[in-house]
Structures are given as structure tokens and as C-alpha cells.
Design a protein around this ligand. Structure first.
Ligand code: 6PG
Length: 496
């Protein structure tokens, strides 16, 4: 069965799970005839039915890799959307047998960037081109306009540029896609996008916790607050969906659904890779790292319940973490909004600095302002605030950190009193806010011209002769700390 006549297609897509189906329909809807293939034939039929139902879209279904590949116009571009790891290798093996030099495979999954670099070399032996393309926006984004992050062969990118520019989300300064760079840069950028996504979600969850736990706000009030925040500087997809979550009733019982959800966060790995890469590259990313740690701790539900019991028995006061009486709700809400915004700036600063460090290491020449631009629409972290980040890097492409951009610096200084009040309130009430604390500590550490690292250097030199530098001149020094301390001890003893 076919939705249209079988002329050669402009492009192909293999892997028709949720993301694949929706992206294929999006491509077809933008006027590009597309061939689709899936190992399980029923998925092909499902997609064909949708293509008919959603407006007789130009989509043809295929049931064998050969027939699928041969139905595509040369040079062929084939997007694959299968699970990262070995399913990608299997799909490449099945398709590449029928592909010809100059054809290209585009992996749209959340793949580890080094796997993409390995596959680029592997398919090059057959004369094939390769792109690792980050795709963000979930089901809805894939269908109506995702943010796309293609990296790898520039020649292959040029072959699909007209397609991806139409298929991507559109914002006032263009489609949310750009050629990212060589090698696995597209996957790497998507990975950091996901790390930032983890940070944003954690910070929003903490804002919810402080407002609910210290402020005693109801879900209905929280829905209104998040709706209101979504009309200001925090306007973003994640704030918008959070407001909607608070409005949903439990269909299987009384009350709101959000209160019935088990407090254990799942994950698939990209956040962990981001933190591992930050460590590899010696880039501090504490907000993103704390969001990952919180997912781990959330997973220990039974252990946390036992810990709550054990600490209660040990005398933990019942009122720690309880609603504070006499709290000024209006002020608390405004403070939390400011704390969330300032914390977010720090988190994005960490993600951007990680991208820059990798770009230097791999010579990818990433354009940070352009990355902020393609995240303005379609993706999970899309937000009005990304336009400000774009402009910060346009003003100064060599910006050391978003924190020192004059506009962001001013905003953080303006918000720091509220930010400190929220973190202080949370700490004194035993409400864990690891993301907001990590962001504030990142800010306070980064902005201090002198840190207590001098003492750590002295300790390292004392026990390991690791040497230290001095503030008053060049060189590397070692001191016999213990001997000198003993001498000064005996001097003191002699005086006594
Ligand atoms: C996106 C999302 C998407 C996926 C995350 C979820 O940009 O569309 O990031 O890729 O939702 O990978 O990651 P976790 O399951 O690890 O939370």
C-alpha cells in the first residue's frame, strides 16, 4: 500500500518508533517525498496510514532494506532513528550494502559522539558520507518542528540543507538548524543540550519544592505562578509544561496527578555523559552535576524512607521541612522567580563553557551564539532567554563566561539578594536545593578574586612536595613546612 505514486523519493527514513514516524510525517508535510522503512512491517503500515490520514502526505513505505534504499534519489540521504548503540550499527550494516559512494547516512539518535566518529571512518571505506544529527523536541517537536544539530560531513549537510531548514522549528531569526561542525560535534552539542535540560528541570523542581514546602502553596496556586512566570523572563517550554502539569487531576482517584507520581527520576544517559565530559575537560559544571546526583538519590526511594525514619529516631525535629507560619507568600514567590533565573544563567554558563572546551580540544570551531539561536525553538530547553545568550556571544565571541557578560552580570547582581534569601531559607528549613546552591556557589567562587586555594596548595606542598607559586613573583617553590612549624613550636615553648 502506498500513499503516493512510487517516483523516487527526496530522502529516506529508517526506524519508525515515535520520533521516526513523526519526523517522517513532518518531512513529507513540508513537501519532500520520503521513503520509510522499519524492520517490523506493522510500523511501516502504521506510518502509511498516518500519512493518508494527516493529509495524503507524499510518503512511501518499504519492507526490505534494498527496496527502501533503491526508492531514494541519488545522492541518497537516509535518516536513521533507532536506539543508540548496536541497533545503529545493525541498521547501517543492513542499509549500506545497497548504498553507493556519495550517499549519506544521518543518525538522528542520542548517540555517544565517539560512536559517530567511528562510524564516519567505517562508512568512508565504502565511499559513504555520515552525519550525527541531534534531534530535540520530543514527539511534538519531531512532527511540527524540532531543533536539529547535524555534525559530520559538510558535503552531506549541503545535500539535506533545503530539507532540514524547512523541517526545523522556525523562529524570527531563522530555522532552528545549522551545520554544527565536523566529526561527532552534532551529537556532542545535543548531549550538552540534554545536560542543560537536566539542570533546568532540577532548578524548576527545587522552585516547586520551596514554594510548596516552605510557602505552603497549592497546586492550583503553583499552576498560576508558573503561567505567570511564562509571560516574563522565564518564558520557556519547561516552565509552560510545568504550569500545565499542576492542572491535571488524577483520573484514577482523588486529587492531582502530580501528587501521585512516585518520586524516582529515570534517565537514559546523556546527562551522565555531560558530567563525565565536564570532568574529562576540567570544566566545572556543578549545577548540571547536582541535577544528575539528584536523579541518583531520587532512585534510592526505599533507602531515603529508611533514612527519614532513622533520623527521626535520632532526634530530627519534625518541623524541619514544614510550612513556615507567617511567611510572606508574595515576596517568597518573587524571590524564587529571581533565584530560578539567576541559577539558570549559571547552569547555561557551565554548559556553554563545556562546549567551548570541547571545541578547542577537537578543533570543531563551534559558534556558541549560533547554538543558542538554534535552541530558541523546537527543543526542550527552548526559551526566550536564549536570545539573550545569543546576543551575549555576538557582542563578544570570546566571552569567558556568561556571568561576566555586562547584561547578565547586571541581572545576577540585581537578583543576588533574592537568590541568597531563597537558598538561606531552604538551607535553614532543611529543603534540599542542590541545583540552586550549586549555581550560587559557582557564582560566588567564580566572582571571588581570591579563594582559599592558597591553603590547599600549602597542604599539597607539605605532604607531597607538590610545590606552589607565590603571589609576589614568578617561580615554583617548596617549603619544609613541618620542620619550620616545629622550629616555631620550640620557639614558642622557649618563650613560655
Ligand atoms: C529532547 C530530549 C530527548 C529525551 C531525553 C530524555 O531533546 O528531545 O532531550 O532527547 O527526552 O533524552 O533524557 P532522560 O531520559 O535521560 O531524562
Amino acid at each position: 500500500m502506498e500513499a503516493t505514486s512510487p517516483a523516487l523519493s527526496r530522502i529516506g527514513l529508517a526506524g519508525l518508533a515515535v520520533m521516526g514516524q513523526n519526523l517522517a510525517l513532518n518531512i513529507a508535510e513540508k513537501g519532500f517525498p520520503i521513503s520509510v522503512y522499519n524492520r517490523t512491517a506493522s510500523k511501516v503500515d502504521e506510518t502509511l496510514d498516518r500519512a493518508v490520514a494527516e493529509g495524503q502526505l507524499p510518503l512511501s513505505g518499504h519492507y526490505s532494506p534494498r527496496e527502501f534504499v533503491l526508492s531514494i534519489r541519488r545522492p541518497r540521504s537516509v535518516i536513521i532513528l533507532v536506539k543508540a548503540g548496536s541497533p545503529v550499527d545493525q541498521t547501517i550494516a543492513a542499509l549500506s550494502d545497497h548504498m553507493e559512494p556519495g550517499d549519506c547516512i544521518i543518525d538522528g539518535g542520542n548517540e555517544w559522539y565517539e560512536n559517530t566518529e567511528r562510524r564516519i571512518r567505517q562508512v568512508a571505506e565504502k565511499g559513504l558520507l555520515y552525519l550525527g544529527m541531534g534531534v530535540s523536541g520530543g514527539e511534538d517537536g519531531a512532527r511540527h518542528g524540532p531543533s536539529l544539530m547535524p555534525g559530520g560531513s559538510y558535503e552531506a549537510y549541503l545535500n539535506i540543507e533545503d530539507v532540514v531548514k524547512k523541517v526545523a522549528a522556525q523562529v524570527e531569526d531563522g530555522p532552528c538548524v545549522t551545520y554544527i561542525g565536523e566529526g561527532g560535534s552534532g551529537n556532542f552539542v545535543k548531549m550538552v543540550h540534554n545536560g542543560i535540560e537536566y539542570g533546568d528541570m532540577q532548578l524548576i523542581a527545587e522552585a516547586y519544592d520551596v514554594l510548596k514546602t516552605a510557602g505552603g502553596l497549592s497546586n492550583a496556586e503553583l499552576a498560576d505562578i508558573f503561567d505567570e512566570w511564562n509571560r516574563g523572563e522565564l518564558e520557556s517550554f519547561l516552565v509552560e509544561i510545568t504550569a500545565n502539569i499542576f492542572k491535571v487531576k488524577d483520573e484514577h482517584g482523588n486529587g492531582d496527578l502530580v501528587d501521585k507520581i512516585l518520586d524516582k527520576t529515570g534517565m537514559k544517559g546523556t546527562g551522565k555523559w555531560t558530567v563525565q565530559q565536564a570532568a574529562e575537560l576540567s570544566v566545572a559544571a556543578p549545577t548540571i552535576a547536582s541535577s544528575l546526583d539528584c536523579r541518583y538519590l531520587s532512585g534510592l526511594k526505599e533507602e531515603r524512607e529508611a533514612a527519614a525514619e532513622a533520623l527521626k529516631e535520632a532526634g530530627m525535629r519534625e518541623d524541619v521541612g514544614a510550612v513556615r507560619s507567617g511567611i510572606d507568600k508574595k515576596r517568597l514567590i518573587d524571590d524564587v522567580r529571581q533565584a530560578l533565573y539567576a541559577s539558570k544563567i549559571c547552569s547555561y554558563a557551565q554548559g556553554m563553557n563545556l562546549l567551548r572546551a570541547k571545541s578547542v580540544e577537537k578543533e570543531w570551531n563551534l559558534n556558541l551564539g549560533e547554538l543558542a539561536r538554534i535552541w530558541k525553538g523546537g527543543c526542550i530547553i527552548r526559551a526566550v532567554f536564549l536570545d539573550r545568550i545569543k546576543r551575549a556571544y555576538l557582542r563578544n565571541p570570546n566571552l569567558a563566561s556568561l556571568i561576566v557578560d555586562p547584561e547578565f552580570a547586571r541581572e545576577m547582581v540585581q537578583r543576588q539578594a533574592a537568590w541568597r534569601r531563597v537558598v538561606g531559607l531552604a538551607v535553614s528549613n532543611g529543603i534540599s536545593t542542590p541545583g540552586m546552591c550549586a549555581s550560587l556557589n559557582y557564582f560566588d567562587t567564580y566572582r571571588r578574586a581570591r579563594l582559599p586555594a592558597n591553603l590547599i596548595q600549602a597542604q599539597r606542598d607539605l605532604f607531597g612536595a607538590h610545590t606552589y607559586e607565590r603571589i609576589d613573583g614568578p617561580g615554583s617553590f617548596h617549603t619544609e613546612w613541618t620542620k619550620l612549624a616545629q622550629k616555631s613550636n620550640s620557639g614558642v615553648a622557649a618563650l613560655n
